[in-house]
Design a protein around this ligand. Structure first.
Ligand SMILES: Nc1ncnc2c1ncn2[C@@H]1O[C@H](COP(=O)(O)OP(=O)(O)OP(=O)(O)O)[C@@H](O)[C@H]1O
Ligand SMILES: [Mg+2]
Length: 433
């Protein structure tokens, strides 16, 4: 039996896809969901809980909980409660859970190939760490940049020259054809322009990448939470401060539930014009509207769209020259983002069902396409080896990051901005780690 697994290790969620015996990749359902939380919880006895289990355990002692380990990738070690853990071990635990769930569907057979996705701007240091974290999980490990995987998935979904109903996607499958991928996930905005490398149906290379490491779904939650504070805190300002800043276990537990409810309210506002956030006493429940949310996030979403325009320009293209702009990542469900992309680029963007699973689903296809591609002509000794998919980036520019608002209710170990310790107003600018 041949077992190939792809894991998209995201800031807030991890998506796992398996292909058995060369059959079509299928998303692995974990704890009843197509996405596994990327969270970890370090219990006092040394057990590392992962995913929804970690989220449940977080109620016991939130200081032992890290919801976004990917954001801590540069830190070397994490302090969870009184346990000091190596970041590679923490990431390994998340990947190991993901792989074991995929193996369950394959009768626990060994994994022949594990494909891991990573942001296009990750350089040698972070990608090496990711590889190390996957140690022992498969016979072979390979890496694919997230936007390449997303582009491959879309290319496989839209047959050549097939138009969708809004006539927004017209893929020629010809070498040089370019697409933009705007990935709005849990922790970052990543926009990449990719072009078809030629040869096979599936090979893409990244022409330009820009990103904002200081904005993602978690920051939308944050903005909405502060808005809710503005609505209800006047009833008892001291109680509100305790709720959002208090170090006591009871405060942390109440805060955790509130954060979950706020995130749920945000997601509801992508489908409904209003919703309510249940509040702990002494506060009244908060009524929030999509209009409120749009005002709160208009500036960062505009920045994301400006980054998209800038990445297209970096790639030496105009929006009209692209075959499509694809939206991926869970936060791309926010309706305002498609509207802004259309207004500012003139291109109606395309989103597929379950935009948070697109990267993992494309990753296996990308690797297959790469392996199926015919070898370049010419004697091997004089022909440069085709780039490995994980090394295809040709131009990586990190966009300026807006300062992440300091919010005291965040998990105690979370850095204020960016990935890990490179935080700051220009976190990661010009650097590839
Ligand atoms: N209906 C929705 N409306 C708004 N946001 C949503 C919706 N559904 C999911 N999200 C948000 O999408 C985010 C998770 O998206 P995704 O799984 O793509 O991120 P990730 O891959 O973990 O992060 P990253 O790509 O930044 O590393 C969460 O913040 C979640 O609240
Ligand atoms: Mg993602």
């Amino acid at each position: 039996m041949t077992v190939q697994v792809a894991v998209d290790f995201g800031t807030s969620s991890t998506c796992v896809v398996v292909s058995i015996h060369g059959r079509d990749p299928q998303v692995v359902v974990i704890d009843g969901q197509p996405l596994m939380s990327s969270a970890v919880y370090a219990a006092a006895d040394g057990t590392l809980f992962v995913g929804q289990e970690a989220e449940r355990q977080a109620a016991m002692d939130p200081s032992r909980y890290e919801p976004n380990p990917k954001r801590r990738i540069d830190e070397g070690e994490l302090l969870l409660g009184d346990s000091v853990l190596r970041v590679t071990d923490v990431v390994h635990a998340v990947l190991a859970r993901a792989v074991s769930e995929a193996r369950r569907l394959a009768g626990n057979a060994e994994v022949d190939l594990l494909v891991l996705t990573h942001p296009a701007d990750w350089g040698a240091v972070r990608t090496r760490l990711l590889r190390q974290a996957a140690g022992g999980l498969a016979r072979e490990v390979t890496l694919v940049p997230e936007p390449v995987a997303a582009a491959v998935f879309h290319a496989a979904t839209f047959a050549p020259a097939q138009l969708n109903q809004e006539r927004t996607v017209e893929l020629s499958n010809r070498p040089g054809e370019s697409l933009a991928v705007l990935d709005l996930g849990g922790g970052t905005v990543d926009v990449s322009v990719v072009s078809r490398a030629g040869g096979g149906r599936r090979g893409f290379q990244v022409l330009a990448t820009l990103g904002d490491p200081s904005f993602g779904g978690a920051d939308v939650d944050q903005a909405l939470l502060e808005h809710v504070g503005g609505l209800v805190s006047s009833a008892d300002p001291a109680a509100w401060r305790e709720l959002v800043e208090g170090r006591e276990l009871a405060d942390r537990r109440r805060r955790r539930v509130l954060r979950q409810d706020v995130r749920g309210a945000k997601e509801t506002l992508s489908r409904h014009a209003y919703t309510d956030v249940p509040m702990p006493p002494p506060f009244a429940d908060a009524h929030v509207t999509r209009e409120d949310l749009e005002k709160l996030i208009a500036a960062p979403l505009s920045r994301a769209v400006e980054l998209t325009r800038a990445a297209i320009e970096e790639a030496g293209l105009r929006p009209a020259q692209l075959s499509a702009i694809f939206l991926v990542g869970g936060s791309s469900r926010i309706p305002m983002i498609s509207r802004l992309v259309h207004e500012r680029t003139g291109v109606v963007p395309t989103t597929l069902d379950q935009p948070e699973t697109v990267v993992a689903r494309g990753a296996l296809l990308a690797v297959r396409g790469e392996r199926e591609r015919p070898a370049p002509p010419g004697p091997p000794a004089r022909t440069p080896a085709p780039p490995r998919i994980g090394e295809q980036q040709t131009k990586i520019v990190r966009g300026p990051a807006a300062p992440r608002p300091a919010f005291p209710a965040g998990p105690p170990n979370r850095p204020p901005a960016g990935y890990g310790s490179t935080a700051g107003p220009a976190a990661g600018a010009g650097q590839r780690r």
